[in-house]
Design a protein around this ligand. Structure first.
Ligand code: SF4
Length: 464
């Protein structure tokens, strides 16, 4: 790839945004592996050629085309897209056409740098004469990640529903992995099983997602869970339970966080990570909250036009949130009747926790809202320790750390900050082991969050 000299800043508005995905290859970065694959499968079910790009193989390119001041996820994803394009050029030769691709990089309008990744990556792509035709497909939290304009109008709502469904199912598969791996009969069984299950669910979403045949998808999920349960060795006693929060990319990208969950498991933990759907629910909740505030303000001032505009938003975001929470609850209820996976937090409950404890405010925004309240919730539920995972210098995560550290000291719940960049911190292993030692002491003194007995376990008990 050859770097060009001239940068066209108009490109930041013209070539970043929502574009039709028809007859394009839609490139999805791999953040959470299962989530990315199920999302791509869902898009394929709608007739869109969606692909998950390999991740972390292009990290050297990412570092070469960033200054070092960017957030680590920006470096990784910059590397991912450049590496993919380099390989496509090699594969296709003269047939390579940059206009065939739309690269997916969403954004947020919060006070941190996530709103700038796609602009920055636009400048990088435009600096290569052969890549300036690659569009960046961006969804934004400003409109609650609306999908309008990327496929035919009549199918947008169905795509949104199926995409959300795929995210919840991906969360469940992740939680299933973390539930069974610490107790597996033989090392490696759980990983192999979940990888296989992910591919089964990809096929299932591709076949049934577009028709919203969600029962068929859940039937398949039931089968997977029943098989997953057979991997658990019932002779292994419960282990200390560790809750995880933090920046969404780092805590779900196993290469970026140096496979922290596995490391914690190696030192005796069972881990529950915050979900990806929680972030989706948060964006809808936050927009709804803004619309409610705007509506009240304009009502007081009797400004009819803006008032109606806020009312329209209120109904739209309210409907999205209601649907998402209803679906999520329905799926978890069904799954939890088979296995005791951790439930997800409701965003309104998290906001209430922040208000009750007077710790932080949703007006400030960012993932700190979820992380701070999530940590308090873990502590209240009897988790034996909490880990905050984030990119080095991540603003919301450092805010979280500053607020919860003294609180965790007071509550005497072990707490660990784990900031990451591409380097390997020499003290990380020792810090993790010390944390797990503390978590184990907490576990010995207080026990751990009680497992829910599932209906099928209850039946087994009563018939034995
Ligand atoms: S959340 Fe953290 S890592 Fe992500 S853009 Fe903001 S500051 Fe950077």
């Amino acid at each position: 790839m050859e770097s060009a000299k001239v940068i066209d800043f108009q490109s930041l508005t013209e070539n970043v945004g929502r574009f039709s995905l028809r007859n394009k290859t839609f490139l999805i970065p791999e953040m959470n592996r299962i989530g990315a694959h199920l999302l791509a499968a869902t898009f394929r079910g709608f007739g869109i050629d969606a692909k998950v790009m390999d991740t972390y193989k292009g990290l050297d390119l990412g570092k070469e085309y960033t200054s070092g001041k960017e957030c680590y996820p920006c470096q990784i994803t910059t590397g991912d897209i450049l590496y993919f394009m380099k390989k496509e050029e090699e594969r296709l030769g003269d047939a390579f056409n940059p206009q065939d691709y739309v690269y997916f990089m969403p954004e947020s309008d919060g006070p941190c740098r996530f709103g700038m990744y796609n602009k920055y990556q636009r400048i990088v792509l435009d600096s290569f004469s052969e890549l300036n035709g690659v569009k960046i497909g961006s969804l934004t939290t400003r409109d609650g990640y609306s999908l309008a304009g990327i496929i035919e109008k009549g199918r947008v709502r169905d795509l949104r529903k199926a995409a959300y469904f795929s995210m919840v199912v991906a969360d469940i598969l992740d939680r299933l992995l973390w539930r069974i791996r610490p107790y597996e009969k033989e090392s490696g069984m759980a990983d192999d099983f979940i990888e296989r299950s992910m591919h089964v669910m990809e096929d299932t979403f591709e076949t049934y997602g577009a028709n919203k045949d969600f029962d068929k998808i859940l039937d398949k999920l039931d089968e997977i869970i029943e098989e997953g349960k057979t991997i658990i060795d019932s002779n292994i006693p419960p282990k200390p339970l560790i809750g995880m929060v933090g920046e969404i990319y780092l805590r779900t990208h196993v290469h970026a966080n140096q496979d922290l969950i596995r490391v914690l498991e190696r030192y005796g933990a069972e881990v529950v990570n915050a979900s990806v759907s929680e972030w989706m629910n948060y964006t809808a909740y936050d927009r709804l909250r803004d619309a409610r505030i705007g509506f009240r303000l304009n009502l007081k001032q009797l400004r009819l036009g803006p008032m109606m505009e806020h009312l329209r938003k209120l109904l739209g975001f309210g409907g999205d949130l209601f649907y998402q929470e209803f679906r999520q609850k329905q799926i978890y209820k069904r799954v939890r009747s088979l296995i005791d996976l951790a439930e997800d937090h409701k965003v309104a409950d998290l906001e209430n926790i922040l208000k009750e404890e007077d710790l932080f405010c949703f007006d400030v925004g960012t993932e700190a809202c979820l992380s701070i309240a999530g940590i308090v919730e873990y502590a209240r539920q009897g988790y034996n320790g909490v880990v905050n995972v984030y990119p080095f210098t991540c603003m919301p995560s450092m805010t979280t750390s500053a607020i919860v550290k003294p609180l965790m000291n007071e509550l005497r719940v072990p707490y660990l900050d784990t900031p990451y960049d591409s380097g390997f911190q020499p003290g990380r292993e020792a810090a993790t082991r010390t944390f797990m030692y503390q978590a184990y002491q907490h576990f010995k003194r207080h026990g751990r969050k009680k497992r829910t007995i599932t209906p099928s376990q209850r039946n087994q008990i009563s018939t034995s």
